[in-house]
Design a protein around this ligand. Structure first.
Ligand SMILES: C[S@@+](CC[C@H](N)C(=O)[O-])C[C@H]1O[C@@H](n2cnc3c(N)ncnc32)[C@H](O)[C@@H]1O
Length: 301
């Protein structure tokens, strides 16, 4: 049965964009692993000789769209050697926005399967300390595999509910909360059959609790980045509005011109008028960017 209620929400949220988004197919993309490849060109020309074609993602330092490939990029020797990670283009933005450096103590609160954790390790040049948490035991092997394959050596992972992060007794310079969210229909074609507005509200409560836990272990002056691949205002703008009102965190502007993709979020969404600083966040609208949707907020303590 077609979920008319949700489809109507999307017609209201996207306006004319709804027609575009229904026909959209996401392009596969990769991230060159700078821990193992000193020069992107070396890898790209090697894969091109084997029958793949790429174009550079203009807004990413090491991201490439896969234009075509005669072989499976998830089974190539170069993949198994950890020379690249298959990671959707917009999904490469949150780690770049957090921008950790090699002296930082960094926390990835929801880490499996490790796309962003391994990218954080690259940005830290495998130095500093990188802690990754994952609540679901069955998702730990995928995380461990990514860490080993990409050659990450500055990280420790815990099978731990991030709500209990304070039990580690650590404080962090930088935290990424790539939050558990309701996902989106561009990456999951059964999405409309299983999602309800009530679920978005439940996720929203979990996301607020995780942000509260993150704030409690962030050092004074430290940076927290919150991201989701959900398009639901309940999990994005409404959550940030709550943070502004309830947590001891100052929101920082993510400038779409500097990032070179996306646009500022709206403080008026789904008929609600929110704190105007919600517009400091970045919204990636898929029909405009031809990528996955993403929502990213940045806070300082
Ligand atoms: C959006 S995915 C993370 C994707 C990952 N950051 C990446 O880039 O590969 C969210 C993850 O959070 C995990 N998770 C859900 N609730 C959690 C919690 N309370 N504490 C820690 N991890 C949680 C899920 O099992 C899932 O692996």
């Amino acid at each position: 049965m077609v979920n008319e209620k949700l489809i109507q929400r999307y017609k209201d949220l996207f306006g004319d964009g709804w027609k575009i988004i229904q026909k959209m197919e996401l392009r596969q993309s990769i991230r060159v692993n700078t821990l193992k490849m000193a020069d992107d060109k070396q890898l790209i020309s090697r894969l091109e000789k084997e029958g793949a074609k790429f174009s550079k993602v203009p807004f990413l330092p090491h991201g490439y769209y896969v234009d075509s490939s005669r072989f499976s990029l998830g089974a190539a020797p170069e993949y198994l050697f950890g020379y690249y990670y298959i990671q959707e283009a917009a999904s490469q933005l949150p780690a770049l926005i957090l921008n950790p450096d090699k002296k930082d103590i960094v926390l990835d609160m929801a880490a499996a399967p490790g796309g962003k954790l391994t990218q954080l390790a690259e940005l830290m040049e495998n130095q500093g300390v990188l802690i990754g948490l994952e609540k679901m035991k069955h998702r730990i092997p995928s995380l461990r595999n990514s860490i080993e394959r990409l050659g990450v050596s500055n990280s420790v992972i815990y099978n731990l509910d991030a709500l209990d992060v304070s039990s580690l007794g650590l404080k962090f310079d930088k935290i990424l909360l790539d939050a558990p969210c309701s996902g989106n229909f561009l990456v999951d074609n059964t999405w409309f059959d299983k999602r309800t507005v009530e679920q978005f509200k439940d996720r929203s409560e979990l996301q607020k609790s995780l942000l509260k836990a993150a704030s409690s272990v962030l050092k004074e002056g430290g940076t927290l980045v919150y991201s989701t691949c959900s398009m639901e205002p309940e999990e994005n703008e409404f959550v940030v509005d709550w943070v502004i009102e309830n947590l001891d965190l100052k929101i920082e502007k993510i400038n779409p011109e500097k990032i070179d993709i996306g646009e500022s979020a709206s403080a008026n969404i789904n008929g609600k008028s929110l704190n105007k600083d919600v517009s400091c966040c970045l919204r990636i609208w898929p029909h405009k960017t031809k990528t996955q949707p993403f929502f990213i907020a940045k806070f300082r303590k």
